[in-house]
Design a binder for this molecule. Structure first.
Ligand code: GLU
Length: 483
């Protein structure tokens, strides 16, 4: 256990927390907690054009909701702040100036028009497009002259012209890249804001980050970052790039094929425990058959060694299954609390049901429910009398003689005192016998009369939940309506 483990989640506040972002945050959190380290939240908001009002608050509240709590970050000072990049602009400028002084960076005065021309020429010649290093060797005097003339400029890093760089990634293994494929990356833009590349390196160093754990899409940028560490003379953190998230058709996970915002899943009624469990398995597995893990168990078991290289498929069926499993395991009292909240949002908000009744509904329906709303939607008949009867079931199950048979059945039920399942069942069997019909001739019309639909939990379970008087009342109601 190293006390010096410090990791960070460094989102750009674009308005919502992407499930991929939650995965990155979660893995960082699990790694930190497993190793007794610190988990830092840093807001990377240097791209002013992409700023969204309220995005940071939303991000923080979604992370906290999921239980992925950061130790340090905006509003949780830890001695390494500020944790918002737009509040650290002077730091980046000083560091860029430092690189110029050391000869590792230079001012570039090329206009956007010139850059466009260069690009067009490279495209026409079918070359890969990159900056042609036009300003790389300007004399100090010329730079001075153009700066005093107030010419717009950016600062670029001076990538070595030859050689290669090799680094180790804890997930991908050894990665080697030739300098010739790297551009002289802009590190300070003409508006004085740093680019991601400079800011991320400066902050990871100054915030004493020991492990950079982030999505694979940042792997190609890592050589530039490593070069910057070398320019500054800083010790490298360890890098771990997490596998891509894929749609079931193996394309990159995108909004077009479904929801990607954590809050959308939350709004759909997924439990945070199921979401966290699901997201944990997008790239990691415990190495055995177990699939249900609480956050605490994940902390205990998580290691980067068990994170795979290949893309992780986002399979919503699996998430549904987990939600079902979590609902099945939830303490009854918690289900009750959630059911009451669900009812309060439903058309039945004005009605009152006592806890004993709601608990009996929960016992009847839980095994068939994935979401809390299933209790209210699939079990609607527990909260109101049917006002219509499924026409398909009616056609199939309701015979001309059904009305008379149900009348006998309701009379038999009326003679029962506080019936349990067994008594309801025995009364139905006796009625069928005396009418010389099959049990099923009574069962199907009875279910339709009492619930309005053709499927659901065991019929006798439903009868017990509703109670004798209500059952008799509903049979009579159906007889009236279906005459
Ligand atoms: N700001 C980057 C993002 O939005 C962070 C990448 C990193 O973790 O270095 O994903």
């Amino acid at each position: 256990m190293s006390p010096n483990i410090r990791v960070r989640f460094a989102p750009s506040p674009t308005g919502y927390l992407h499930v991929g972002g939650l995965r990155t945050a979660l893995y960082n959190y699990l790694f930190a907690k497993h190793n007794g380290g610190k988990f830092v939240l840093r807001i990377e908001d240097t791209d002013q054009a992409r700023r969204v009002e309220g995005a940071v608050e939303n991000l923080i509240s979604t992370l906290d909701w999921a239980g992925v709590r950061f130790d340090e970050g905006p509003g949780r000072e830890g001695g390494y702040g500020p944790y918002v990049q737009s509040q650290r602009l002077d730091i980046y400028r000083q560091h860029a100036d430092d690189l110029i002084k050391k000869g590792f960076a230079y001012r570039c005065f090329c206009t956007p028009e010139r850059l466009e021309e260069v690009r067009a020429r490279q495209n026409a010649a079918k070359l890969s497009t990159s900056y042609d290093r036009h300003c790389r060797n300007l004399t100090a005097e010329e730079v001075e002259r153009r700066l005093s003339a107030g010419e717009r400029n950016v600062i670029r890093m001076k990538v070595p012209l030859e050689g290669e760089l090799t680094f180790n990634d804890l997930i991908r293994g050894t990665v080697t890249i030739a300098f010739e494929v790297l551009d002289d990356q802009v590190i300070i833009k003409s508006d004085g804001f740093p680019t991601y590349h400079l800011a991320v390196v400066v902050d990871d160093h100054l915030m004493a980050i020991s492990h950079v754990i982030r999505g694979e899409e940042w792997l190609p940028s890592t050589p530039k970052h490593i070069l910057l560490y070398k320019f500054f003379g800083w010790e490298l953190p360890k890098f771990a790039h997490l596998p891509l998230l894929l749609n079931p058709d193996k394309s990159k996970l995108s909004k077009r094929q479904g929801d990607v915002a954590v809050e959308d899943y939350r709004a759909k009624g997924y439990f945070k425990e199921a979401i966290v469990n699901f997201v944990a398995f997008l790239g990691w597995n415990p190495g055995d058959e177990r699939e249900i893990f609480s956050l605490e168990e994940l902390v205990k078991e998580f290691s980067l060694e068990r994170v795979g290289k290949s893309g992780a498929v986002f399979n919503v069926e699996k998430l549904n299954w987990l939600n079902f499993e979590y609902l099945k395991r939830m303490p009854e009292g918690d289900v009750l609390t959630q059911l009451k909240a669900e009812l309060a949002r439903s058309p039945h908000a004005e009605k009152s049901f006592d806890d004993v009744y709601l608990l009996s509904v929960i016992r009847a329906l839980r095994e068939r429910s994935t979401f809390m709303r299933d209790f209210v939607e699939k079990g609607e008949y527990f909260f109101q009398r049917p006002d219509q009867y499924d026409p398909e079931v009616l056609k199939k199950r309701w015979k001309p003689e059904s009305a008379g048979q149900l009348k006998s059945l309701s009379a038999a039920f009326e003679r029962l005192q506080n019936p349990r399942k067994e008594e309801f069942e025995a009364a139905l069997h006796q009625t069928a016998e005396s009418l010389k019909v099959k049990n099923s001739d009574l069962i199907h019309p009875l279910r339709l009369a009492v619930t309005g639909v053709g499927s659901g939990p065991g019929l006798y379970d439903i009868l017990v939940v509703l109670g004798r008087d209500e059952v008799v009342h509903r049979i009579n109601l159906a007889l009236e309506k279906l005459q």
